[in-house]
Structure formats: C-alpha cells, structure tokens
Design a protein around this ligand. Structure first.
Ligand SMILES: *Cc1c(COP(=O)(O)O)cnc(C)c1O
Length: 365
C-alpha cells in the first residue's frame, strides 16, 4: 500500500512497532554499503554495532532481527538447562516470547509479582534457590525497563543497581530487557549507559519508538557477544546483507531518541483525558512513558467489546486482559490524534453498552 492510498483516518495505538521508516531511513537503506554479515563483512552492520557499543559504553554489540531473539540468546548464554530464571510476572520474556525460556534454554521461569512491575532485592532474594541438590538452581535474573505490560513503568535506578550488586555477590548474572530503554532514559533524565551499566547484558529495540523497520541490539562483554553470535546463527538469525536494515537502525539510533519526549507528552495527555472519563481507571502519574494500561471495568464493557467499538471509529488498540486496554503513543500518532481518540472514547462510554446476556447468549456455563 502506498503512503497515498493508506486510510488517513486510522489512529493506530496498538504498539510503537507499527511506526514506518522515515524518509531519511529509506534513503539510508537504499544507499547502504553492504557485505555478507555472516562473514562479518557488512560495513553498515559493523558500524551500527560499534555505535551501539559506544553509546552504551560496552565492549561489544550484536545486531539481531528481533528483541525476542536478543533476549532469548542472552538467556541461553547466561544459563544451563535445568536452571531457573527469575523475572516479574508480566515480563515480556515469559508472556510474549512463547515458551522460549523453557523450549530453547531449558529453564524454568520463577515469576514474581512486583508493584508496577518493579521487583526489589528483598523479593528476589527469597526466590533464589538454596544450594540443595534437589532444588533447581537460579541461573539468571531478568529485569525489564520500561515494563511494557505494567504500563511503561520505569525501573528505579537504585532498585536496579541494588539487585545487580547483590546478585553479583552471589555470582548471578542479571540481564536487562531494555526494549524501550530510550523511553526510560528520556523519562529518567539519565543516559542509557548510566541506567544499564550494572547489568551483565542488555537488549534494546530499534523497531519500536525509534522507528526502524526491523532490528534490535544485544550488548555485553566481548566474550558474551562472541557466544551470542554463535547462537544467533544457530537460531537462524544470520542475515547476510543486513546492512540494508542496519542503515535504518543507525538513523533510528542517532536521530530518534531526541523526539521520544513528544510521545511521552502525548501519552500524558491521553492519560489525563482518560482519567476524567467515567468508568475508566488510570492513574496518569503511573504512565511516565509512551504506554498506557487502563481498566475499563466500570464502563459495562469488556476489553474485546470496547476494542471493537474503538475500531469501528478508526482507533486501533490492544486488549491486555479481560478488562484492561493498552494504548501506545509513537512517531505516527500526533497530539491531534490523541485529542480525537479521547473524543471517541467519551462517545463509546456514553453509548449504551452491550449487556452480558447478549454477549454470552444467555447460556449458563
Ligand atoms: C517488543 C518487546 C520485546 C521484543 O519484541 P520483538 O517483537 O521480538 O522485537 C522484548 N521486550 C519487551 C519489553 C518488548 O516490549
């Protein structure tokens, strides 16, 4: 579909992954110098990896097709079969990456609930397996920043630092799922290097708010990345002339972080507007970045119903629970779009909702 023929009226709040590459990215892709990356010969991929390593003040980086592959390779490198991986209950690695923690790394997730998705060391230490031969040993801790399913919440720096320090005393590695670490960085007013320094490894996405069409980056020590490169190939992620993609990634990395504040401002506008609509529950203070998770149980609709009604008015969103919705702001959503969205939500909530009996056909099961 060309730019011209796409239906202009659709406001797509499903995810920041829906952003399309900018004109500058497309030009960079067309002109990218390329080579075979499996032989380490793609100059553009090499440049992207070097720049990412520089920005994050790390020894090495690896360009991977998806954030899922980046996270799961990291888990594989850090663990052995039969170990446990500690993470928050709503973590992306166990909710939205299939059962790869167990299927690929042979590990069992040990999920803990944390307020707003934030885990503390005192919670984690109680879940670290005692060194008894019949207990599965803890192999890794994974934290997420920002935490997607908890509403783009920020992991407080001191809490993350303490977890890393205490874990390291026990020789436990800590991986950061930093898919949206640039959003965290903007909201925290700290560099991405600073907020991720104590982690043994981290992954971030070029394909979300940064707007690249494809790609994520895995970062860590030279030895870690050497092992990761082998697993990337084993998983089918050796991409040959991927400089075409890395070229867009470079533009994303250099140019796009500076505009993320706009997405946060738009999300704040949405959150404050939603909070004033009867039946909707959201605390705007708990939506510090570009993701809003809100409860619609007071509207008399369930999330599927609510979502379908939004779609008929050209607003696309995701349900993330029976009564929970998620809006994500991004490069292709303007302030104007957010105001229109609020008008649509107000309209839907005013209209008489479908009753339970109609939806479930009155059956008694
Ligand atoms: C999007 C995302 C990922 C990676 O997703 P891919 O779609 O595989 O690129 C990982 N973690 C979080 C928190 C995410 O939001």
């Amino acid at each position: 579909m060309t730019e011209e023929s796409k239906p202009a009226a659709v406001i797509d709040l499903r995810s920041d992954t829906v952003t399309r590459p900018t004109a500058e990215m497309r030009r960079a892709m067309a002109e990218a110098e390329v080579g075979d990356d499996v032989y380490g010969e793609d100059p553009t991929v090499n440049r992207l990896e070097q720049r990412a390593a520089e920005i994050f003040e790390r020894e090495a980086a690896l360009f991977v097709p998806t954030g899922t592959m980046g996270n799961q390779i990291a888990i594989k490198v850090h663990t052995r079969h039969g170990q446990e991986v500690i993470c928050e209950e709503r973590a992306h690695i166990i909710n939205l990456e299939s059962a790869t923690v167990s299927a690929f790394s042979g590990c069992m997730p040990r999920a803990i609930y944390g307020e707003d998705g934030v885990l503390t060391w005192s919670q984690i230490k109680r879940k670290i397996a005692p060194k008894v031969y019949y207990r599965a040993q803890t192999g890794l801790i994974v934290l997420e920043n920002t935490l997607n399913l908890a509403g783009g919440t920020i992991f407080p720096q001191e809490t993350a630092d303490e977890i890393c320090d205490r874990a390291h005393e026990l020789e436990l590695p800590v991986h950061l799922d930093g898919a949206r670490i640039f959003n965290a960085s903007v909201a925290m007013g700290k560099s991405v290097a600073e907020i991720s320094r104590k982690f043994d490894s981290l992954m971030f996405c070029l394909s979300k708010g940064l707007g690249a069409p494809v790609g994520s980056i895995l970062l860590g020590s030279k030895t870690f990345i050497e092992k990761a490169r082998a697993y990337r190939k084993a998983m089918g992620g050796g991409m040959r002339q991927s400089g075409i993609l890395a070229a867009a990634g470079l533009v994303a990395l250099e140019k796009m972080p500076a505009r993320l504040k706009e997405d946060h401002d738009n999300a704040r506008l949405l959150a404050e507007g939603l909070a004033r609509i009867p039946g909707i529950k959201i605390d705007p203070k708990k939506a510090p970045t570009n993701i809003l998770v809100f409860d619609i149980s007071g509207t008399g609709m369930d999330a599927d119903d609510f979502n379908q009604r939004l779609a008929t008015k050209n607003v696309l969103a995701n349900t993330i629970g029976h009564e929970q919705m998620r809006f994500v702001t991004h490069y292709d959503v303007s302030r104007e779009d957010c105001l229109k969205t609020l008008a649509v939500v107000r309209e839907i909530c005013k209209a008489k909702p479908t009753t339970e009996t109609q939806r479930h056909g009155g059956s008694s099961v």
